[in-house]
Write a protein that binds this ligand. Sequence first.
Ligand SMILES: Nc1nc2c(c(=O)[nH]1)N[C@H]1C(S)=C(S)[C@@H](COP(=O)(O)OP(=O)(O)OC[C@H]3O[C@@H](n4cnc5c(N)ncnc54)[C@H](O)[C@@H]3O)O[C@H]1N2
Ligand code: MOO
Ligand SMILES: [Mg+2]
Length: 429
Amino acid sequence: MVERRKPMWVKDAIDYVMQYKKHGEIEIVSLDDCDGRFLAEPLVADHDVPPFNRSPYDGFALRAVDTKNASRDNPLSLKVIDEIGAGHVSEFEVGHMEAIRIMTGAQIPKGSDSVVMLELVKEEKRSEGTLITIKRSLKEGENISFQGEDTKKGNPLIDRGVAINPGIKALLATFGYSNVKVSRRPLIGIIATGSELLNPDEELVPGKIRNSNGYMIESQILRAGAQYKRYASISDNLDKLYETIKLALDECDILITTGGVSVGDYDYLPEIYRRLGANLLFNKIAMRPGSVTSCAEKDGKLLFGLSGNPSACYIGFELFVRPYIRTWLCSERPYLRTISGTLKNDFSKPNPFSRFVRGKIVYENGNVFVEPVGLDKSGVVTSLAWADCLMILPGGTRGYMNGDQIELLLLEDQQGSEKPWVEAKFSKS
Ligand SMILES: Nc1nc2c(c(=O)[nH]1)N[C@H]1C(S)=C(S)[C@@H](COP(=O)(O)OP(=O)(O)OC[C@H]3O[C@@H](n4cnc5c(N)ncnc54)[C@H](O)[C@@H]3O)O[C@H]1N2
Ligand code: MOO
Ligand SMILES: [Mg+2]
């Protein structure tokens, strides 16, 4: 008798996973190696930026009051008493009708309160010294980048749990973090199961296909911010699979298997969860594809049993594994971000399960439209390469038509969302 499974709502399944959420320990990495890692502490300005008043132009620093009467008809001459480039500080103080030649980035000299650009003055080198002639007046503070105008000491800049991007790396360098506190990435074991699987370097033979899920999940793990350990793919052999899963559970923080979770003769994951004495969280979800996505817990570690079908496997990872990883990395926004878009196609057939259709966003006159990519079947692999979003078609009694407004989950987004997408059943309550 084939086992009957009761489908769980997507949101309930996410909640089950999140019951086991953890935060990774703090790890210190060098600034050189921090790209893509997640900050374990908030980043706070520990000094003013810029740290001193500086010139934003190559020009002359002077006292605005001295230029008060300067005009085209009344050019005024100032004596140049020093010259400084960025990184140097003048020892002189600018006095009445004096100026210091200053380059972009240099500290504003004492006595001066404004800068005139090189292009706006005439310079004359005389035996008694250099003079500049200025034909316009300046305001006090004109052309000065003030200390702290970028940010002030003590300002909070970036929350913990945010992925380090080029801009954040610039801030880390600005504040002298040659070492950075980041969250330790969870190590995720990956086991692809199935007697039909070949390695990418093997020739195709009848009945076999190459293991694409294993590599796809590795890439999804890296995109989510975690690290992986690859185990050799295992043919459909219960004992061998059991031993490998036990070993991987010891060695890793989280385990992902692909394939073998349905009700087929060689689908051994349900039996392995039983043998392990693991606590089964779910093995059927009211979604398409990925309805067979399973998750079990053993000694606080999660075993995600993703489908063997490539599209189901991909979506199972993004909906259930990604938020668990991002929460581990202390993100406050661990879920995929949702935006709304206008459907360009008809999906007239109603489906009781919510569908996550691989789609591509198209911008037309600044508006977001979305169209499906490739064949919308669970076993399809090609469409995954073309998709930049998952189009959500909530389950129910009606279909969806061209022009309908729907929600889209963004696959490449880094910002994330505080809350997961929730079926109407939940949003109504
Ligand atoms: N009688 C029923 N049959 C099936 C049901 C069901 O409810 N009743 N569910 C279907 C659904 S939905 C899905 S999804 C699949 C899930 O299958 P499994 O997770 O058990 O995966 P396998 O049987 O091992 O393989 C399915 C499919 O995927 C290919 N595959 C497997 N691993 C890989 C890999 N690493 N790279 C690329 N492709 C892979 C495999 O060759 C199969 O074609 O079950 C349905 N059946
Ligand atoms: O788990 Mo399946 O993906 O719904 O075809
Ligand atoms: Mg199967």
